[in-house]
Write a protein that binds this ligand. Structure first.
Ligand code: ADP
Ligand code: MG
Length: 265
């Protein structure tokens, strides 16, 4: 792609996301700040899916938010495409974030109910001023095709769709700018089990086709095993172990990981 052609990035390895010694703290009134992410390091290579697992409250979403610049870091680095984002101003962060797509757990909460689906999907194009009105419209149709929703969905409203259809709209929106990295935070946890498989298969196919790297956040080890190449296991804001899913999820070294696997349905 174009990124390889620009001279400045030629010497950089194919690491899309490089999180190093990241610390994230929440202010607690009248007390010491609460450290939700405690010196965490991991990376995601181009075209790779890395899973981030751990019990509820282990710090997964906080890491996602920090990578997106929605939560400040108290220490460490978040390198996106080779550039550290920590300490950058909002404008610089926005320029880099243009190349990151996001999907959250609850598709109902992340779509504005007042806007037709087409406008929801076009939002990143509008925010980043990409293309004319006509080009934006054509891009939305392309994206509806990609997530296998009929083009007539353009003029429907989010509440008229099923949960699975709404999450496909969120996926289409996340891919609107053809991002190099997708952050998916529990993308199927709010969906019926029967719909989960369809959405996961679609995500895997789109990843293959579009070639984005993905940080796949989930408490569900089976889903991560299905989707990811490598996995990072978090406990109370710390990395317990990380490596290939084939090793970590099938032959874990750490007691915590063994317990997580034993507790999974
Ligand atoms: P996970 O996504 O793994 O369930 P989170 O990143 O949401 O975990 O939360 C990590 C920890 O940080 C939890 O103990 C949670 O209670 C705490 N936390 C999350 N958001 C806030 C916040 N806005 N203010 C204070 N504490 C928070
Ligand atoms: Mg979470």
């Amino acid at each position: 792609g174009l990124k390889e052609l620009s001279g400045s990035t030629l010497d950089i390895s194919k690491t899309v996301l490089d999180v190093k010694d990241l610390i994230v703290e929440y202010e607690v009134w009248g007390k010491e700040p609460f450290r939700a992410v405690d010196v965490v390091s991991f990376d995601v290579a181009e075209r790779e899916i890395v899973g981030l697992v751990g019990e509820s409250g282990s710090g997964k979403s906080t890491i996602g938010k920090c990578i997106l610049g929605l939560q400040p870091a108290a220490g460490g680095e978040v390198k996106l495409f080779g550039e550290n984002m920590i300490g950058r101003n909002k404008e610089e962060q926005k320029a880099v974030r243009k190349d990151i797509g996001v999907i959250f757990q609850d598709p109902a909460a992340s779509l504005n109910p007042r806007f037709p689906v087409g406008d929801c999907i076009a939002e990143p194009l509008v925010v980043h001023k990409v293309g004319s009105k006509k080009e934006q419209r054509d891009r939305v149709y392309e994206l509806l095709d990609a997530v296998q929703l009929p083009r007539s969905t353009y003029n429907r409203f989010p509440h008229e769709l099923s949960g699975g259809q709404r999450q496909r709209v969120c996926i289409a929106r996340a891919l609107a700018l053809n991002p190099s990295l997708l952050i998916a935070d529990e993308p199927t946890s709010a969906l019926d089990v029967s719909v989960q498989a369809t959405v996961l298969r679609m995500l895997a196919e789109l990843q293959d086709e579009f070639g984005f790297a993905c940080l796949f956040i989930s408490h569900d080890l089976a889903v991560v095993d299905l989707m990811a190449n490598r996995v990072v296991v978090l406990q109370n804001g710390k990395v317990v172990e990380q490596g290939l899913c084939a090793d970590v999820l099938h032959d874990p070294k750490e007691e915590y990981t063994k317990r997580l696997i034993a507790a999974a349905p």
